[in-house]
Design a protein around this ligand. Structure first.
Ligand SMILES: *Cc1c(COP(=O)(O)O)cnc(C)c1O
Length: 413
C-alpha cells in the first residue's frame, strides 16, 4: 500500500463514475449534442432517443413504466419535488384557514434533503410528525400507523439510512399507506441501484434516486411518480418549457441522463453479485475491528443494514484525533454530515449514541472497487490508531482497572 492516495471508503458520500458510464456519455457531449426538445431534425431525434432509452433503463430497474420517471438534478431535487409537490397538490385546508394544511409523517434521521423540505412545509402551515426510531435506527410500519391522522397526506421515510445503513420496512409501510389512502415517498438514494426494487410489490408511490451514488455522474437523478393506483399528481416547483410532463421543466441534461441510464443497466446486471461481495467485506471489517478492540460498537440494527455501510463508535478516543490518525482512510466521522460545524451527527444522537461517542465514530462505506486487501489494511490501520490513542487516555486506564466511569465523581463542585 505505498499508494499516495488514501483508501476510499466513503461511497455513501459519492461513488466514482463507472468507465462504461463515461464511455456511454461521451458522444452526447460532441457529435450527438442535440436538444431532445428539437422535434424537426436528426440532432434532436438522436438526443430524444437516447433519453428514451435511459428512461427505460431507470424504469426497468424499479419495475416501473417509463412514463413514471422524471429526470432531475439528483436526490435533493427529487425529494423536494416529491414532498413539496405532493403537499401543495393534496393539501386538505388552504393556507390561512386556521387549520393545518395537511399532515406529513417523516423521521428525525432522514437526510437533510428530506428534513429541510419538511421543515419548510411546517413553516408554511403543514403539520409534520418526525418519528423517533429506537437504538436500532429502524422505522417500523407500527410506528407510522400510530402517527397516522385523518388529515395525513404523505409519509416520507428513507429506504436505507446514509449514515448507519439501517433498512426500513418500506413494503410494509407502503401497504399501510395504501390501506389508508396516504401517499408514500421514499428517499431510496442509498438503496436503489444496490438492492432490488419493484415499486408495485413494494407499494411505493414516489421514489428518489441519484446518479452519483450508483457509479453514475453527479448532478443527475430521478423521481419515480406512480401513474396508476393511485395516479399521483404533483405541483411543479418551477415554471418553464413543460419538459418532463411539466413536473420538471428545463432542457434535459442529456449526457447525465444517458450516464444514469447506463449506471442503472450495470446495477441491474451485477447488483446481486456486488451486494454479496460487499456484505462479506463489511462483515470482515466489522469482525476485524471489534474482535481486536474492546469498547467499540457497530451502530444500528445488527442485521437490517445495507451491505456497503458500517458505522462504528470507539470509546476512550477523541474524535478529531481519531480522524487525524486514520488519514490514510478516506471516510466520514460522526461529526462530518453536519457540514463544517463540530456538532455530533444528529443521526447518531437520535439513536442514543452520546455526544462524545458520536464524535469518535467512523462511517466506512464500501464500493464496487473495494478490495479485500484494502479492508485488511483498514482494519489494521483503525486498530493501531485506536490503541495508540488509548495509550494516552487516563480514562481508558481507569476503565481497564475496572473503575466504573459512570459512577465517578469528577470533583470540582
Ligand atoms: C446523497 C444523498 C442525498 C442527496 O443526493 P444528491 O443527489 O447529492 O442531491 C439524499 N439522500 C440520501 C439518503 C443520500 O445519501
Amino acid at each position: 500500500m505505498a499508494d499516495a492516495r488514501p483508501i476510499y471508503l466513503d461511497h455513501a458520500a459519492t461513488t466514482p463514475c463507472d468507465p462504461r458510464v463515461v464511455e456511454a456519455m461521451l458522444p452526447y457531449f460532441t457529435t450527438h449534442f442535440g436538444n431532445p426538445g428539437s422535434r424537426n431534425h436528426q440532432f434532436g431525434w438522436e438526443a430524444e432517443a437516447a433519453v428514451d432509452a435511459a428512461r427505460e433503463r431507470v424504469a426497468g430497474m424499479l419495475g416501473a413504466d417509463e412514463k413514471e420517471i422524471i429526470f432531475t438534478s439528483g436526490s435533493t431535487e427529487s425529494n423536494n419535488l416529491a414532498i413539496k409537490g405532493a403537499a401543495y397538490m393534496y393539501e386538505k385546508h388552504p393556507a390561512g384557514s386556521g387549520r393545518p394544511r395537511g399532515h406529513i409523517i417523516s423521521c428525525v434521521i432522514e437526510h437533510k434533503a428530506v428534513l429541510d423540505p419538511c421543515k419548510r412545509l411546517e413553516k408554511e402551515g403543514f403539520d409534520v410528525t418526525f418519528l423517533e426510531p429506537g437504538n436500532d435506527g429502524l422505522v417500523t410500519a407500527e410506528m407510522v400507523k400510530a402517527a397516522m391522522r385523518d388529515d395525513t397526506i404523505l409519509v416520507t421515510i428513507m429506504w436505507a439510512n446514509n449514515e448507519i445503513g439501517t433498512i426500513n420496512e418500506i413494503p410494509a409501510i407502503g401497504a399501510l399507506c395504501h390501506e389508508r389512502g396516504v401517499l408514500l415517498h421514499t428517499d431510496a438514494t442509498q438503496w436503489a441501484g444496490k438492492m432490488p426494487v419493484n415499486v408495485e410489490r413494494d407499494n411505493v408511490d414516489l421514489l428518489s434516486l441519484s446518479g452519483h451514488k450508483i457509479y453514475g455522474p453527479k448532478g443527475v437523478g430521478a423521481l419515480y411518480v406512480r401513474r396508476r393506483k393511485p395516479r399521483v399528481r404533483l405541483q411543479a416547483l418551477a415554471d418553464g418549457g413543460g419538459q418532463e410532463r411539466g413536473f420538471r421543466p428545463g432542457t434535459l441534461n442529456v449526457t447525465g441522463i444517458v450516464g444514469l441510464g447506463k449506471a442503472c443497466e450495470i446495477a441491474m446486471a451485477q447488483m446481486d453479485r456486488d451486494a454479496e461481495r460487499l456484505l462479506a467485506l463489511r462483515r470482515r471489517l466489522e469482525r476485524g475491528v471489534t474482535s481486536q478492540l474492546d469498547s467499540c460498537v457497530v451502530n444500528g440494527h445488527p442485521d437490517k443494514r445495507l451491505p456497503h455501510i458500517t458505522n462504528i463508535s470507539f470509546g476512550f478516543v477523541e474524535g478529531e484525533s481519531l480522524m487525524m490518525a486514520v488519514k490514510e482512510i478516506a471516510c466520514s466521522s460522526g461529526s462530518a454530515c453536519t457540514s463544517a460545524s463540530l456538532e455530533p451527527s444528529y443521526v447518531l444522537k437520535s439513536i442514543g449514541v452520546g455526544d462524545e461517542l458520536a464524535h469518535s465514530s467512523l462511517r466506512l462505506s464500501l464500493g464496487r472497487g473495494t478490495t479485500e486487501a484494502e479492508i485488511d489494511y483498514t482494519i489494521d490501520s483503525v486498530v493501531r490508531a485506536v490503541r495508540k490513542l488509548r495509550e494516552l487516555s487516563p480514562l481508558y486506564d481507569m476503565h481497564k482497572e475496572g473503575i466504573d466511569l459512570s459512577k465517578v465523581e469528577w470533583g470540582h463542585h
